[in-house]
Design a protein around this ligand. Structure first.
Ligand code: GTP
Length: 332
């Protein structure tokens, strides 16, 4: 039977072995006086900084910091000295920043430092462990950049989405809204009036003798005229109004919170504007007029279809009485 080997003798830790252990950890170790001038730097510290030991000894750790890092350290020192915690100066502090290496390159490091006191309790300097965190910092930077790119792409997608939506509800030729969008919004607005009270009005607009323009000058000239009407409506309607092209040379404007009297006056303004404006198309000067029918919800019609029918019939009354005019209830 073999006897068990005797247990090893406990070894007291010596400074040399302690340093070997610190070096084996891969971290860098240093000690400074109260002015933060190095009084000891480990092999790893020299390697990491790219300096021979003799060029580091006696220099202040602050000399190697980038200006941003220095500013951060000054701020930290200020906030610690302003604090009322008497233990503040005995606590370890952790900070991150960039050092300049001997070859001028920058190195991201993380440092934990603690104040050092002599046996009599006098503050004699600092002890620090410093670690190269460049890889993590570069990864964080790359991640931040990737996030920023992603956010920019998302923003662009939102913009395109909004642009596509805007295009889908706009009539391509005239720039006013499409009939479908008009019906959606109008139904919602009628519901709102049913719920909250008030009134809204609809103006139906039909260009006069438009066929003659097409026949005399061609469809493209007719298109220019339609575009001019659209531009005039977009420019002269309020943000809360909804101008649309119902089809062909027929337009409509839905006016929220507008009584019949006001709607008639607004329609008269559009009639006069159109009649006094010349449109230049392909070298031809066109004079346009239109007939307007005005109807108001809920006093004159109880649904959207009834409102459209009433405005349409009044628009035909305006045509019948000689065109270039506005017809509404007050005209009866
Ligand atoms: N250029 C062009 N013409 C269009 C468009 N849509 C409809 N039209 C024309 O608009 C004209 C409408 O004519 P009509 O409905 O007879 O009415 P009008 O000539 O305006 O006469 P009144 O309405 O009675 O004053 C037709 O010639 C259609 O071809 C379009 O998108 N572009």
């Amino acid at each position: 039977m073999s006897s068990r080997p005797a247990p090893p003798e406990p070894r007291p830790i010596t400074e040399a072995r302690l340093l070997a252990m610190v070096n084996a950890s891969g971290d860098s170790f240093w000690e400074s006086d109260v002015e933060r001038r190095f009084v000891h730097v480990s092999d790893n510290m020299c390697r990491m900084m790219g300096y021979p030991r003799e060029e580091l000894m006696g220099r202040s750790v602050v000399d190697f910091m980038t200006p941003e890092y220095r500013a951060q350290i000054v701020l930290m020192a200020q906030s610690r000295s302003q604090g009322d915690n008497p233990l503040a100066h005995t606590q370890p502090i952790r900070h991150e920043g960039e050092f300049f290496r001997k070859d001028g390159s920058r190195l991201w490091i993380e440092t934990v430092s603690v104040p050092v006191f002599d046996d009599g309790g006098a503050h004699i300097g600092y002890f620090g462990i410093t670690r190269d965190v460049s890889e993590r910092k570069h990864a964080e930077h790359a991640l931040r950049e990737a996030n920023q790119r992603l956010e920019a792409q998302l923003q662009r997608i939102h913009e395109l989405h909004a642009q596509m939506h805007e295009q889908s509800i706009r009539d391509e030729l005239t720039g006013v809204h499409t009939r479908r969008h008009f019906v959606d919004v109008a139904e919602r607005e009628l519901d709102r009036v049913r719920r909250d009270g008030g009134a809204l009005s609809l103006v139906m607009i039909d260009l006069d003798h438009f066929k003659m323009i097409n026949d005399a000058h061609g469809h493209l000239v007719g298109d220019v005229a339609l575009r001019a009407v659209g531009t005039m409506l977009v420019a002269t309607t309020r943000a809360e109004d909804l101008a649309c092209r119902l089809g062909g040379e027929e337009f409509a404007v839905l006016m929220t919170d507008t009584d019949h009297h006001t709607a008639l006056a607004r329609a008269e303004t559009w009639r006069a504007t159109l009649a006094s404006t010349s449109v230049l198309a392909d070298g031809i000067v066109l004079r346009l007029t239109a007939s307007f029918g005005v109807a108001t919800f809920p006093s004159q019609a109880d649904s959207l279809s009834a409102l459209l029918r009433l405005a349409d019939s009044r628009m035909y009354r305006a045509k019948a009485q000689g065109r270039d005019s506005v017809f509404g209830e007050a005209s009866l």
